[in-house]
Design a protein around this ligand. Structure first.
Ligand SMILES: C[S@@+](CC[C@H](N)C(=O)[O-])C[C@H]1O[C@@H](n2cnc3c(N)ncnc32)[C@H](O)[C@@H]1O
Length: 238
């Protein structure tokens, strides 16, 4: 049975859901991905390679897992994480403590209406967010607008393995086991039932590349990781 909300209710549904699971979010992620999620984020940050002294933005930052890595590349530059679920950022605030407010900050705001001027950022990342927005094309248009010419975006999202055997095992795990991990470690089976269902409804990697290109991004490429369970898309603003 589908628990996906209708489009007009999706943003409020997503905000409520992440508010509920914020305190256990990182723990469930590590267990459910067998600890692979941080390595995927490292790949994303390497793809955008934030320049020393530059500005980086992480869209739908959640608990801010990308921010220490982005800040490490940027040196004295500025790293900003934006999200509309404040409890997620509150749960990750400790990750910014050692960086200092002049180097990294959380901002409350909507990925579909980024509160930044055109051309503000050298590097933009987004991880496990595009499944959750109501308008993927608009999110990529906004990221394009706030990127400076020469800027790079990288998007990490779930995908479905190509190999039919792997795909079957992945489906059993994702739809049968993950909701129970969410229940046991995050206290919320519903949120971790939404996760595989939203993944099923998400465009294929090829289609996502088209959406990014139509939003203005150039030289869009993608690569699969984790036996095809996730995809990283990269694009440039020329
Ligand atoms: C699955 S979490 C991913 C968090 C983080 N990027 C990571 O890699 O773990 C999705 C996040 O996207 C945020 N989000 C979804 N739609 C959003 C929107 N329109 N504007 C801002 N944040 C949004 C949610 O609040 C949530 O924190």
């Amino acid at each position: 049975m589908s628990i996906l909300p209708p489009t007009e209710e999706k943003a409020a549904y997503v905000e409520r859901m992440f508010s509920r699971i914020a305190s256990g979010y990182d723990r469930v992620n590590r267990v459910m991905t067998f600890g692979l999620d941080q390595g995927w984020r490292r790949q994303v940050v390497q793809q955008v390679a934030p320049p020393v002294g530059g500005r980086s933005l992480d869209v739908g930052t959640g608990t801010g897992d990308f921010l220490p890595q982005l800040a490490a590349w940027s040196g004295d530059g500025l790293t900003v994480g934006i999200d509309f679920t404040l409890p997620m950022m509150a749960a990750g605030q400790h990750k910014l403590d050692s960086l200092g407010a002049h180097r990294a900050a959380f901002v409350g705001g909507d990925a579909l209406r980024l509160p930044f001027p055109d051309g503000s950022f050298d590097a933009i990342t987004t991880g496990f967010v595009m499944r959750n927005v109501t308008d993927i094309a608009q999110a990529f248009r906004e990221m394009y607008r706030v990127a400076r010419p020469g800027g790079v975006v990288a998007c990490l999202e779930v995908s479905r393995p190509r190999n039919s055997l792997v795909r079957m095992g992945h489906r059993l795990y994702f739809e049968g086991v993950v909701p129970w991990i969410g229940q046991l470690l995050g206290g919320d089976r519903r949120a971790y039932t939404y996760l595989p269902q939203s993944a099923r409804a998400f465009p294929s990697p090829e289609r996502l590349a088209e959406i990014m290109s139509q939003a203005g991004w150039r030289h869009v490429t993608h690569r699969l990781y984790g036996l095809g369970a996730v995809a990283i898309h990269v694009g440039a603003k020329v």
